[in-house]
Design a protein around this ligand. Structure first.
Ligand SMILES: Cc1cc2nc3c(=O)[nH]c(=O)nc-3n(C[C@H](O)[C@H](O)[C@H](O)COP(=O)(O)O)c2cc1C
Length: 385
């Protein structure tokens, strides 16, 4: 887990920084906070000391090398919220307080999350400074659109907590998947019986969305084709929604040439009703539903895969899990198959196996699906990159 230096400047979004400190610590990171002078008019450093469990700083306070030592201690320096004033000073190399001087002496990943009124944000001087920062490799976590505190609509709201946290994880990871393009399918497809009823399955999309996040953290460009999901969407990832297995097949075929790696995590419906009724079927009579088989997207991709890396998933009974998954890997011409026991569907924790064509089997056991996704990606990285 990482050491996060959190710079806090005087935007009204500063109250969100309190929650951010808590969430960073919940994710296992150590946090130190440095505030701009004006920030203390909004929230006292005492609050950040209590939340972070560490001293927080506004000024040098007896340590003349604090502006060197704090950045040197950190793995990541995140300024959130970043006022337009602090943003511009950092872009221009001005160090007139502890926070901006820390930014000057910091050598590692610098992340800046601006927040402010839309007109302030759109101001050409601010935009020029933003461009400068990006050109220098600073990660700018763009503010969001919406209703602002000043009652105006527009871009200016501090990025959501989920996005801020995701970017910290991104900054902490090496980038072995840089320049690789990963296409992922996620979630359950739905096959409609009539206008309101459908056949589907229990997939939440949690493991698939977690894989999308982790591939991004490790440097890949990620696109997701998602069916129905109940899990939270991954931040900063291009995502298209589809309904049926046939829709998913169509969308995957459109995107497959773009990808170097295809990860087929979606739990697609293998069958669909022969006919879909236009209205709502009335009750009161015996009904027989005739089902026809859907195309097997994974099998088709395996036939045409060329140099692409193809990763499939196998959900099977616990007994004979490895053998059944290996058989699927061979039959569908996959490079990797991730074998999940039936119990893993809809469950919070995870236990499964990553099986490679060469025969290597890696056991994965994790307390949550995000951690499991990271173990799966690490196993694939070790074996195939
Ligand atoms: C109530 C209040 C809210 C403010 N909100 C913002 C804001 O969201 N974004 C911003 O860039 N400036 C905001 N400002 C202006 C900054 O606080 C001001 O530019 C200050 O000099 C920035 O100093 P700092 O960057 O050292 O924290 C706000 C000021 C006040 C009084």
């Amino acid at each position: 887990m990482g050491k996060v230096l959190l710079g806090v400047s005087s935007s009204i979004a500063i109250y969100k920084a309190c929650e951010l400190v808590r969430e960073l610590r919940k994710s296992g990171h150590e946090v130190r906070v440095v505030l701009s002078l004006f920030s203390e008019r909004f929230i006292s450093k005492l609050t950040f000391e209590a939340l972070s469990g560490n001293r927080a700083y506004v000024d040098w306070e007896g340590d003349p090398l604090l502006h060197i030592n704090l950045p040197r201690w950190s793995d990541v320096f995140l300024i959130a919220p970043c006022s337009m004033n602090t943003l511009s000073k950092v872009a221009l190399g001005i160090g007139d307080n502890l926070l901006t001087t820390c930014a000057l002496s910091h050598k590692g990943h610098l992340l800046i999350a601006p927040a402010g009124n839309v007109e302030m944000y759109k101001n050409p001087a601010v935009q020029e400074n933003l461009k400068r920062l990006k050109e220098r490799g600073v990660i700018v976590i763009e503010p969001e659109e919406g209703k602002l505190l000043c009652e105006e609509e527009g871009q200016g709201r501090l990025a959501s907590l989920e996005r801020l946290l995701d970017w910290v994880e991104y900054a902490l990871r090496p980038k072995p998947w840089k320049d690789k393009r990963v296409l992922l399918t996620v979630g359950a497809t739905k096959e409609f019986i009539d206008r309101v009823r459908f056949i589907s399955n229990l997939s939440s999309g949690l493991l698939g969305f977690s894989l999308a996040r982790v591939f991004r953290w490790y440097g890949a460009q990620v696109r997701v084709v998602a069916g129905f999901t109940t899990a939270e969407e991954p931040p900063e990832v291009e995502l298209t929604r589809v309904v049926s297995t046939q829709d998913m097949r169509e969308r995957v075929r459109e995107l497959v040439d773009w990808a170097d790696v295809v990860v087929m995590n979606a739990a697609v419906a293998d069958y669909r009703p022969l006919e879909t009724y236009a209205g709502k079927i009335k009750k009161g009579r015996r009904l027989t539903l005739e089902l026809v088989e859907n195309p097997d997207i994974l099998l088709e991709l395996g036939r045409e895969k060329g140099n692409k890396l193809l990763v499939g998933f196998a959900l099977e009974e616990e007994e004979g899990l490895t053998e059944k998954a290996k058989e699927k890997l061979i039959r569908k011409n996959l490079d990797v198959v991730v074998a999940n026991p039936l119990q893993s569907m809809g469950s919070g924790s995870y236990r499964g196996k990553v099986i490679f064509r060469e025969g290597r089997v890696v056991d994965v056991e994790a307390e949550n699906k995000l951690r499991a996704a990271e173990c799966i990606v690490q196993a694939i990285t070790e074996q195939l990159l």
